[in-house]
Design a protein around this ligand. Structure first.
Ligand code: ADP
Length: 581
């Protein structure tokens, strides 16, 4: 949890600096806008007696002046609002951009623990709230405060004795507003947390809806959802109740002030110290005060709510980040793809050792199959090869260069991953294969040909421009896998990390994917987390990983002959393949 001081809006002020010119121009308009209030107050002082004396010419002249002052004031208000909106929006845009960029650098392990729904909520709703507060503060709270001060000063100047009641009550009002504000902030933080949890549950629910239906678990999910929304309603109710209470409490104090002023005024008119003209000006001043008080009160509540949101955004910055690239990073030339692991040991933050002293040589262009039960550490090994995590002991060398001495981007261009489950972003097929990299249409088509995907893509009505729906739902599993293979080979990586899909495809689709893989694997070093007998049979080397240790290694034939863990595993794990012959 962040301390309030770490999350304050004050930290956003430096971000306003590049927009100083616009802010100054907007500020100048604001001064004109605010300066017109004392003029209007004076004018009212003259207008009411003129009305009383039926001096029509004087009344018309004063009305004319009033219209002129109003016209200038509204013009200035337009200038102020339009000029100040830009900087506020740009600051919030920058805040969002920086947060998203931070998110892209959060350590993957930490990211996995965060809920996608919660993060989405923070980066949309919370960021929106902060943006709204920034905008309101600059274009509404600041001029309202200025208006308050200027009008109050005018009133003191008009009649300081009459202003005594207001001056005595003002600190009480300020104290009450800030007291409520602190409560509102706490209540908002609670309710925002609830919405985030709700978003997290919704994300899970939408993803898992087919499963929920399959298990007829709808009532259970509905109950959970209702429980969450009830908690959210309670938290929100507290905010609304506080605001609801604040309005009458502050309102009563304001009315006390008004009656005190009227009482004092009656007494001073009676004793001849105050004229009707003076009272008219004074009461106009009072009326002009009501609006900025309401604005400042409301905005202060929103400011406190924004403070809670800003704090939630700042929490993302506290997540551990991927380590920076080394300053003296080695740049890689042409790679042959020799990989070696030297007594590699790794444990996650939980402290449990996951990989123990792995020693392994994978010569360029060869295929290493990694087999082992679930939880053995196979995926963790891949995450080290991509430098998503860093080993505590030992090292990984690529063509003799320690991975930790490379730039992460450089490394990830040379080592490509074909994951077990293909994830694609919505967009065209060509975009999915490019995945942000620069490549000509020809290069994309070549990669697709290697992945045995070109044929089916060309057969689609829009070919490479076919739009992929969310999660690629308009393609079959086998087609998506071939897109993932094309994506991996597009940059011509020296090393291919292949996490074989466990879900079975039909024989035809399987054959198409296997052909794609075979072509993609040629002339590359390949590490494959193998789930298929055919894959391990063809591998140059097999290692059996159990509880983070290599317990067996060799070729398929040698290991089968030797018996032991590999053969056991084979017989159990690949029983389907064996039965299929
Ligand atoms: P495999 O891929 O062989 O199934 P993993 O590499 O996924 O195995 O997991 C190896 C061990 O590390 C397991 O005990 C797993 O619980 C643990 N593990 C995996 N990922 C994390 C993580 N992000 N944080 C903590 N422990 C993890």
């Amino acid at each position: 949890m962040l301390k309030p001081s770490q999350a304050g809006f004050r930290r956003l002020i430096p971000l306003l600096r590049p927009h100083l010119r616009q802010l100054l121009l907007g500020g100048a308009c604001m001064l004109v806008y605010v300066a017109s209030f004392p003029l209007l107050v004076q004018l009212a002082g003259a207008l009411f007696p003129a009305l009383g004396s039926r001096d029509l010419n004087r009344v018309m002249q004063l009305i004319g002046e009033g219209v002129l002052i109003f016209a200038v004031q509204k013009l200035a208000q337009f200038g102020q609002d339009s000029l100040l909106a830009g900087p506020a929006l740009k600051v919030s845009q920058r805040l969002r951009r920086e947060l998203f960029s931070t998110l892209q650098r959060v350590e993957l392990g930490a990211l996995e623990k965060l809920s996608a729904g919660d993060l989405t909520y923070r980066l949309t709703e919370d960021a929106d709230r902060v943006s709204e507060v920034l905008y309101k503060t600059i274009h509404d709270t600041v001029p309202s405060l200025l208006q308050l001060v200027v009008v109050l000063c005018t009133m003191v100047w008009l009649d300081w004795k009459l202003s005594l009641a207001i001056l005595l009550l003002a600190p009480v009002i300020v104290w009450l507003i800030s007291l409520f504000g602190a409560q509102v902030m706490r209540a908002t933080e609670r309710s925002q947390k609830k919405v985030s949890e709700l978003a997290g549950l919704l994300g899970e629910a939408i993803e898992g809806l087919p499963l929920v239906r399959a298990f007829a678990a709808e009532p259970w999910l509905q109950d959970r959802f209702e429980e969450e929304i009830a908690q959210h309603r309670q938290a929100r109710q507290r905010t609304y109740s506080l605001v609801a209470l604040q309005h009458p409490v502050v309102g009563i104090i304001e009315v006390i002030g008004l009656f005190a002023v009227l009482g004092l005024a009656a007494w001073r008119i009676e004793s001849g110290d105050l004229t009707i003209a003076g009272l008219s000006s004074y009461l106009t001043g009072l009326i002009v005060l009501i609006d900025p008080i309401a604005h400042v009160t409301n905005n202060f509540n929103e400011f406190q709510q924004g403070q809670a949101s800003l704090r939630r955004l700042r929490e993302i910055e506290q997540e551990p980040r991927e380590p920076n690239d080394p300053i003296d990073a080695v740049s890689l030339g042409d790679l042959s793809g020799d990989l070696s692991l030297e007594s590699l040991s790794f444990s996650y933050a939980t402290g449990q050792p996951v990989l123990h002293q792995l020693d392994l040589q994978v010569s360029a262009g060869s295929v290493l199959a990694v087999v082992g039960p679930s939880g053995a550490g196979k995926s963790t090994l891949f995450s080290l090869l991509l430098r998503f995590n860093t080993a505590q002991h030992g090292r990984i060398l690529l063509d003799g260069v320690d991975l930790s001495r490379l730039k992460a981007r450089d490394l990830r261009q040379r080592v490509a991953l074909v994951p077990q489950r293909t994830t694609v972003f919505s967009g065209t097929i060509a975009e999915a294969i490019r995945f942000g990299r620069r490549a000509t249409d020809e290069q994309v088509a070549n990669a697709a040909r290697l992945a045995n995907a070109d044929g089916f893509i060309q057969a689609l009505p829009d070919g490479y421009d076919t739009l992929l729906e969310e999660r690629g739902s308009n393609l079959s599993g086998g087609q998506l896998q071939r897109i993932a293979i094309a994506r991996a080979v597009l940059g011509d990586p020296a090393v291919l990390l292949l996490d074989e899909a466990t879900s079975a495809l039909d024989a035809e689709a399987e054959a198409a994917v296997q052909l794609g893989l075979k072509q993609a694997m040629a002339d590359r070093t390949v590490l494959v987390i193998a789930h298929r007998l055919a894959t391990v049979q063809e591998a140059d080397q097999i290692v059996v990983l159990e509880q983070g240790r290599i317990v067996d290694r060799g070729t398929h034939d040698a290991l089968m002959q030797r018996g032991g863990r590999y053969r056991e595993l084979c017989e159990r794990q690949f029983i389907r393949d064996l039965q299929n012959g």
